[in-house]
Each structure stands twice: as structure tokens, then as C-alpha cells.
Design a binder for this molecule. Structure first.
Ligand code: ADP
Length: 398
């Protein structure tokens, strides 16, 4: 057994998965929620057993990890230190282009990136600190959401702002969801039985957060999220791209201060702002019941994605496949059909029967004659973090 523990720490949550990298199986997974609130909870899942749910206040991430380890002790699965711990870290700036073994210096560099991800990096740091304290002899590896996009050319990442100011404040496009885009690009190539380095792909990660990437030869050459995960496509609660003038307009005419605008754009916009729900299943139900706002919201959502695919076909100069992933991308046949409906000009033709068939496997949903292949590839960020963790810790140590 090669046990690798994957930790994904949010500001008030801790998601975890224990994988046996001998056969890539999941030994256990779970979620600690509402860390720091009056009433928290832990849900621990072991394959083939009923989930273990434990309510109770969880004051901090250290306590959260203790609860997780206690759950492992009760249910088995992790009796000694894992072989390695892989940590999802949201922002690696332009410094971290791959998975990195964490030492004091790396931790300090992740800390220096907090101004770029004030909600995410502090939680990720807390996760690393508690795991280091718990397992001092175990390698800790940081896997960055931004890493996959660090190869983007300057014409894709540079914003047209005064150069000195932008450079001083580190304002540029970084992109996120990189672990997912990288994983589904590789899995798509394997499914197509074609070398990744010869493929031009557009990958669409459509979950609560949504982003697109243009992937040439296995490298991201452009992506829709920017300095922060607020930019690009319309999302569950985030606006995605706006005319930047809207921010000043909201302030001057709407009387909103900056923090209020930030919350508005991150938490109250997107599908929630347009249709009253950030859950696409609910938006569909409303639209089916005749709600015109919900119908329009779906049209806005799909149109933005379709235009982005078109733009990225131009960025790539060629398009071999479009890959749908994450909660919406994997499950929502209607969104996939609408996105692709306008892409006939690029040679995209979806087969309705394939598109509506349900499966958990990577699959082709385009018609046999479609010039561009359309795929659905379930993402697995935890497995990818574990793979990258193992790759960087190295077979030598095994
Ligand atoms: P996160 O970004 O939080 O990981 P997910 O990838 O789970 O989010 O995606 C959440 C989104 O996926 C929600 O909008 C949800 O409505 C949508 N979704 C999940 N399952 C389905 C389904 N069976 N059909 C349509 N949409 C779905």
C-alpha cells in the first residue's frame, strides 16, 4: 500500500481523500464543514460502508485534522503516517509551475502570495501547517491551481494596464482549476488514443466555479479566469467578465463601497443573480416551469461558453476536441447541447443519443462525422493531486 493523503482546505472547510497509490483506489474520503462556527460537522466515507457523520464545534483546522485522523482510527485505513500528503494550494503566482515539496522557504513563498488569494491561501497554509505538525517526517507537497497555466505566453496573460503598476502589484492573468484542466486534457488524449503533445483542446470545467482553457500540446496557452477566480465565464454566484467600468458605476451611481461590490460580484451574481439560484438543476426546473429569467440565464451562461470556445479555437489555430467536465459539464446534457449548437462553424456536431446517455466514464458525445470530437471526461482533482504528489516525492523513496 502507498497511502497518500490529499487535503483541500477552504476557509471554513477541509476536504480530504486517502488514496492507495498502489492501485489508485480511494480508501476513504470526507469533509469537515463550518470550521470556526458554533456548530461544525465531519462526514467520513469509506467505500462500502455507511457514511459516518459527527456534529460538533470545530474551532480551527488543527482540530479538524485531529477529528479526521480520529475517524481514520475508528474506521481503519490510516494507522501510521501516510507516504506523503498532497495539498491543494489555490495560488502559486508565477513562481510555482509544478508540484513542490514544502519546506520553510516554500511555505513562506505561499504566504507571500496571500494578497493574491486572501480567501484561499491562508486556509491552504493552515492545512499544510497542521499536517506538518502531525506528520513531521512525511513529505508535504503543494499542488497549485495556477501551475498548469504558468506556460501561457505574455500576450495571453498580460492586461493592458500601465506596465510598472501592474508588475509591482503582480496583476496578470494566472488562471485556476489547473489541476482539473491538466487531468482532463491528459485523460482525453488517452481516451482518443492520441499523443497529448499533438492535440489542440478546449477544456471546459463547469462546476460552481467555471473556467475554460485552451490546451496546445498539453500546455495551457490561455484560460478564462484571471488575476482571481472571478473572471471569465458566468458561474454559480460569480459574475465572470464584466466591463471594468461597471465597478466604478456601481460605486458612483449605486453608492456601493468596494467591499460590497466585491461580495456582490463573488457571491450574489452569476446564475444566482440572474435566476435566483446557483444550482443549475434548480435553474433548469425554473426555466421548465416557464420562468423567463431562468430561461434567459441559461442562454447567457451557454452563450458565454460558446463564444469562449470560438475564441480559443482562434487562439489554438486548430481544434481537435472540446472536453466537458465538473458538475455541470459532466451531468448537464442540455448545457452541452446548447454550447455546441453554435459551434457547427468549427466542425462540432453533437450526437443527441450519445450526449444524453449517462455514464461515469470518459466518453465521446460527438457524431461520427464531427470534425471536432466532443468529450465528457469526469474530473478527479484528488487523484491528480495524489499523482503529482507521488511524482514529485519520487519512486526512489518507496
Ligand atoms: P464545485 O465547483 O463546487 O466542485 P461541482 O463540480 O460539484 O461544483 O458542480 C456544481 C454544479 O453542478 C451545480 O450547478 C449543480 O447544479 C451542477 N450539477 C451537479 N449535478 C448535476 C446534474 N445531475 N445535472 C445538472 N447539473 C448538475
Amino acid at each position: 500500500m502507498i497511502p497518500v493523503l490529499v487535503l483541500n482546505a477552504g476557509s471554513s472547510s477541509l476536504k480530504y481523500q486517502l488514496l492507495d497509490m498502489d492501485d489508485r483506489s480511494v480508501c476513504a474520503s470526507g469533509l469537515v464543514e463550518k470550521i470556526g462556527e458554533d456548530e461544525g460537522s465531519l462526514t467520513h466515507r469509506t467505500p462500502g460502508a455507511a457514511p459516518l457523520t459527527e456534529p460538533g464545534a470545530i474551532p480551527d483546522h488543527g482540530t479538524a485534522l485531529d477529528r479526521v485522523l480520529a475517524a481514520f482510527e475508528r474506521t481503519g485505513g490510516l494507522t501510521e503516517a501516510p507516504f506523503a500528503v498532497g495539498h491543494r494550494v489555490v495560488h502559486g503566482g508565477d513562481r510555482f509551475s509544478g508540484p513542490t515539496v514544502v519546506d520553510d522557504d516554500v511555505l513562506e513563498q505561499i504566504r507571500e502570495l496571500v494578497p493574491l488569494a486572501p480567501l484561499h491561501n491562508p486556509a491552504n497554509i493552515a492545512g499544510i501547517e497542521v499536517a506538518r505538525a502531525r506528520y513531521p517526517g512525511t513529505p508535504q507537497v503543494a499542488v497549485f491551481d495556477t501551475a498548469f497555466h504558468t506556460a501561457m505566453p505574455p500576450h495571453a496573460w498580460r492586461y493592458a494596464l500601465p506596465r510598472n503598476l501592474a508588475d509591482r502589484l503582480r496583476i496578470r492573468r494566472y488562471g485556476f482549476h489547473g489541476t482539473s484542466h491538466g487531468y482532463v486534457a491528459r485523460t482525453a488524449a488517452a481516451h482518443l488514443r492520441r499523443p497529448l503533445d499533438q492535440l489542440a483542446l478546449v477544456t471546459l470545467h463547469l462546476g460552481n466555479g467555471c473556467s475554460a482553457a485552451a490546451v496546445a500540446g498539453g500546455r495551457s496557452i490561455d484560460t478564462s479566469m484571471g488575476l482571481t477566480p472571478l473572471g471569465g465565464l458566468v458561474m454559480g454566484t460569480r459574475s465572470g467578465d464584466l466591463d471594468p467600468g461597471i465597478v466604478a458605476h456601481l460605486h458612483r451611481e449605486g453608492g456601493l463601497d468596494l467591499d460590497t461590490i466585491d461580495t456582490l460580484l463573488n457571491k450574489e451574481s452569476g446564475m444566482r443573480g440572474l435566476a435566483g439560484s446557483n444550482d443549475l438543476r434548480e435553474v433548469h426546473a425554473k426555466a421548465d416551469a416557464g420562468d423567463p429569467d431562468a430561461a434567459e440565464a441559461l442562454a447567457v451562461f451557454c452563450y458565454r461558453i460558446r463564444c469562449t470556445v470560438g475564441a480559443y479555437a482562434a487562439a489554438l489555430g486548430r481544434l481537435d476536441a472540446v472536453v466537458f467536465t465538473a458538475g455541470i459539464g459532466e451531468n448537464d446534457a442540455d448545457v452541452r447541447a446548447r454550447v455546441c449548437a453554435g459551434l457547427g462553424v468549427l466542425g462540432v456536431e453533437v450526437d443527441d443519443v450519445r450526449n444524453t446517455a449517462r455514464s461515469r466514464e470518459p466518453r465521446t458525445i460527438s457524431a461520427d462525422g464531427s470534425r471536432v470530437v466532443v468529450l465528457v471526461v469526469p474530473t478527479d482533482e484528488e487523484l491528480e493531486i495524489a499523482e503529482q504528489t507521488l511524482a514529485v516525492v519520487g519512486g526512489a523513496a518507496r
